[in-house]
Design a protein around this ligand. Structure first.
Ligand code: NAP
Length: 246
């Protein structure tokens, strides 16, 4: 749906929009006619490149940096959104951390780190965003198949994403009827640099559709839930090639 009519004049904030999956979500929503707040933390050069691509499509784009583990920084982020755009229609909580934390080695800080970034930050961002959604809006959380199928070396990450599913359902009730809240639950779409060929082949062997997905697969689902699915709220859409069937 690249027809801008449905989303013309909408303002979308995508967290972690400078690189990888968040970047593709930002570009896809811009192509659908949204103006974009390109949130980033450290990837300033990549964020500016994304913003320039969006401007070249004829949409407005602003880069705003914020450490989402800092609640004061979240408050400042949304003040800047209000200042520069005056409103917000779509929030995509995509920024996250995914650190290797084998059970025997993980400590309290590992646990807090994942919960703060992957669960508390989407909560705080959603509450702040809702205050700027004057004409209603849509919030999309990016979860993970690991929310329901644990990775033994990433337990705090899995717990944080499991919480994000309940946050999605809870906020969908709490923010209805004006604001819809849904989640996209990706399987693997981009490998990490530290995953070797054996690890990659193992992942692929577990996917009924026989290959990993792409950031575009996730962005297309986000666009659907954010713009087109106007009677859908509180739902989790798995985009995983069937991985969650195991
Ligand atoms: N990649 C996959 O295959 C896959 C699979 C399942 C689920 N997911 C989920 O999809 C989403 C996007 O995945 P991804 O692989 O593209 O993400 P990613 O590369 O791991 O991280 C996205 C961005 O999060 C930002 N970030 C990290 N810590 C931050 C902090 N303290 N404050 C603010 N921003 C912070 C970083 O921004 P800067 O670079 O600007 O610092 C980073 O670029 C995530 O929620 C992830 O859990 C991804």
């Amino acid at each position: 749906m690249d027809n801008p009519l449905a989303s013309a004049n909408k303002v979308a904030l995508v967290t972690g929009a400078a690189v990888r999956v968040g970047r593709e979500i930002a570009l896809t929503l811009a192509k659908a006619g949204c103006d974009i707040v390109v949130h980033y933390r450290n990837s300033v050069k990549q964020a500016q490149e994304v913003a320039n691509e969006i401007r070249a499509m004829g949409q407005k784009a602003e880069c705003i940096s914020a450490d989402l583990t800092d609640s004061n920084a979240i408050d400042e982020l949304f003040l800047k959104v209000l200042d520069r755009f005056g409103r917000l229609d779509i929030l995509v909580n995509s920024a996250a951390v995914f650190a290797r934390t084998p059970v025997g080695e993980l400590d309290e800080a590992d646990f807090d780190f994942h919960i703060n970034m992957n669960l508390k930050a989407p909560y705080l961002c959603s509450i702040a965003a809702a205050k700027l959604m004057h004409d209603g809006g849509a919030i999309i959380n990016i979860a993970d198949v690991a929310a329901e199928r644990p990775f033994k070396n990433h337990v705090p990450y899995c717990v944080s994403k499991a919480g994000l599913l309940m946050l999605t359902r809870g906020l969908a009730k709490g923010l209805a009827p004006a604001i819809r809240v849904n989640a996209v639950s990706p399987g693997t779409v981009l490998f990490r640099d530290d995953e070797d060929e054996a690890a990659r082949n193992f992942v692929i062997s577990r996917i009924p559709m026989g290959d990993v997905g792409t950031p575009k697969d996730i962005a297309t689902a986000v666009r659907f839930l954010a713009i087109e699915a106007t009677y859908v709220t509180g739902q989790i859409l798995a985009v995983d090639g069937g991985r969650s069937l195991h």
